[in-house]
Write a protein that binds this ligand. Structure first.
Ligand code: ZN
Length: 400
C-alpha cells in the first residue's frame, strides 16, 4: 500500500477502516488483540475504538480473560448500525433483500423474472420492490449504505453496465447502475453473479478464512469468480473468470461462444439438457422424459428425483467439470475452490465427482492440499455477495 507522506487524514481513515474490519471479523475482541492484528499501537487503537463506539459503529460486549491485570472489555460490530440493499436477478427469478451488517434480512422479496425478459420490466420490478421493502423494514434511509446487484454477466463493474448477456437475449447494453441510482437515489454496485457468489462465500460463508478463493458457479451457464489476496480479480477491464470457455475437448460440441468443446458446452445446465435431448433422440428410454421438450427446470426436477438418465448425464458432466477444475487449480492454486449453483445444489454428487477427477489431474505438489467443496450459502451466495460488495467500501480501503 502506497501512502503519500504527510497525508495524515488518509492515514487516519486507513487505520480506522482496518480496526473496524478486525472487529467485524474477530469480534468480540479486546483492544490489545486489535492492536496485535492491525500492527497499530494500543493508544492508536484505543482512540479509534472510542470514536467508533461514539459513532454507534461498535458496541462493548462483556469482558475477556485477564492476562494479569483488569479484565479487558471486548468490542464487536453494531450489526444494526447500517443496512444494505441486495438484489440478485437471473433469467428465472429476482431476489431482493434489505440486510444488516450480519446479512440478517429485515425485508425480503422473491419473485419471478418478467416474462417479456425486457430490461425495463426487470428495472421496474426491482425499483418497486426496493421501495416496498424500505417501507416495510421501517429503517432510517440515512442508515442504508447502498445497493449491490448481482447480474448475469458480462458486467463492466466500474460503470455498472451490462453487455449482451447471452442468457438474457432482450438485454443489449444496459446502464443498470445509472438507471437504478437515478430511480432510487442510492449508490449502486453491479457485478456478475459468479463474482458475487465468490464474494458472498468469502465474507460470510465457506471462504471466510481463505484469501485466495475460486467459486465455480454451475447453473444454466458456467463461470467463476476469482478472489486473489482477499479481493475480486477482474482481469483486464472485467473479463476474468470466464472458465466456461476453456476448451476441454477440441472436438467437443459447439458452444454459444462459437468455439467447440468449451467447458460450458459440456458441463453446464444447458449442456446437460442438450445431452438428455440427444440421448432421447438416439432411443434411450426414460420414464420421466417421455414427452415434450426437455427444459432446464424439467431436467432439474428429474435430477432432484435421481432419475437415471438425468443422473448419468450429470455424472458425465461432473467428470468433465473435474477436468476443467483441475486446470483452474493448476493455474491459480487457490486455498479453496468452491463449486455451487443450481445444479450442484440439487445434485451434490457433482462436487464429489468433480473433486475426485481434479484430484487425479492436478500437478502432484497440489494434490494433498486440494480443498474442493461446496458453498455454505446455497441459493443465497450471490445475494449475500451483493450485500458484501457494498459493505466492502466500509471495511476495506484500497489505494492503488
Ligand atoms: Zn464457449
Amino acid at each position: 500500500m502506497a501512502l503519500i507522506p504527510g497525508d495524515h487524514h488518509l492515514l487516519k481513515k486507513v487505520n480506522r477502516t482496518r480496526v473496524l474490519d478486525v472487529i467485524r471479523r474477530f469480534g468480540p475482541i479486546a483492544k490489545m488483540e486489535v492492536a496485535a492484528k492491525t500492527g497499530l499501537t494500543f493508544a492508536a487503537v484505543a482512540n479509534i475504538v472510542k470514536d467508533l463506539e461514539s459513532a454507534g459503529m461498535i458496541v462493548s460486549k462483556g469482558e475477556g480473560e485477564s492476562t494479569g491485570g483488569r479484565k479487558p472489555v471486548l468490542f464487536e460490530m453494531n450489526e444494526e448500525a447500517c443496512y444494505v440493499v441486495a438484489v440478485d436477478f437471473s433469467v428465472e427469478d429476482i431476489q431482493m433483500a434489505i440486510m444488516d451488517l450480519a446479512t440478517r434480512e429485515c425485508a425480503k422479496i422473491h419473485t419471478s423474472a418478467p416474462v417479456d425478459g425486457e430490461p425495463d420490466s426487470y428495472i421496474e420490478i426491482i425499483v418497486t420492490g426496493v421501495r416496498q421493502m424500505m417501507a416495510e423494514a421501517g429503517i432510517d434511509e440515512q442508515k442504508i449504505l447502498g445497493m449491490g446487484v448481482s447480474s448475469p454477466g458480462p458486467v463492466f463493474p466500474t460503470t455498472g453496465q451490462i453487455f449482451y448477456p447471452p442468457n438474457l437475449p432482450r438485454w443489449k447494453e444496459v446502464p443498470l447502475k445509472e438507471r437504478l441510482e437515478a430511480a432510487l437515489g442510492l449508490p449502486v454496485k453491479v457485478e456478475k453473479d459468479a463474482n458475487l457468489a465468490a464474494m458472498g462465500e468469502k465474507w460470510f460463508g465457506a471462504g471466510r478464512k481463505a484469501e485466495n478463493l475460486i467459486y465455480v458457479l454451475v447453473g444454466e451457464g458456467l463461470g467463476a469468480g476469482v478472489i486473489i489476496d482477499g479481493s475480486l480479480y477482474h482481469g483486464q477491464e472485467f473479463g476474468a473468470g470466464e472458465i466456461g470457455h476453456i476448451t476441454v475437448d477440441r472436438n467437443g460440441p459447439k458452444c454459444n461462444c462459437g468455439n467447440d468443446g468449451c467447458l460450458e458446452a459440456m458441463a453446464s445446465g444447458i449442456a446437460m439438457v442438450r445431452e438428455v435431448r440427444a440421448k432421447l433422440r438416439q432411443g434411450e428410454q426414460s420414464s420421466f422424459f417421455h414427452q415434450g421438450e426437455v427444459t432446464f427446470p424439467h431436467f432439474m426436477e428429474a435430477l432432484s428425483k435421481r432419475e437415471p438418465l438425468a443422473r448419468s448425464v450429470a455424472d458425465e458432466a461432473s467428470r468433465v467439470l473435474g477436468i476443467g477444475v483441475a486446470g483452474v487449480i493448476n493455474a491459480f492454486h487457490p486455498q479453496k475452490l468452491l463449486i455451487g449453483g443450481k445444479v450442484p445444489e440439487v445434485y451434490p454428487q457433482m462436487v464429489e465427482i468433480a473433486a475426485q477427477i481434479a484430484q487425479k489431474r492436478v500437478v502432484s505438489v497440489f494434490r494433498d492440499r486440494l480443498n474442493i467443496c461446496t458453498g455454505e450459502l446455497k441459493g443465497r451466495s450471490s445475494l449475500v455477495g451483493a450485500a458484501a460488495s457494498v459493505m466492502e467500501g466500509m471495511f476495506t480501503l484500497r489505494i492503488r
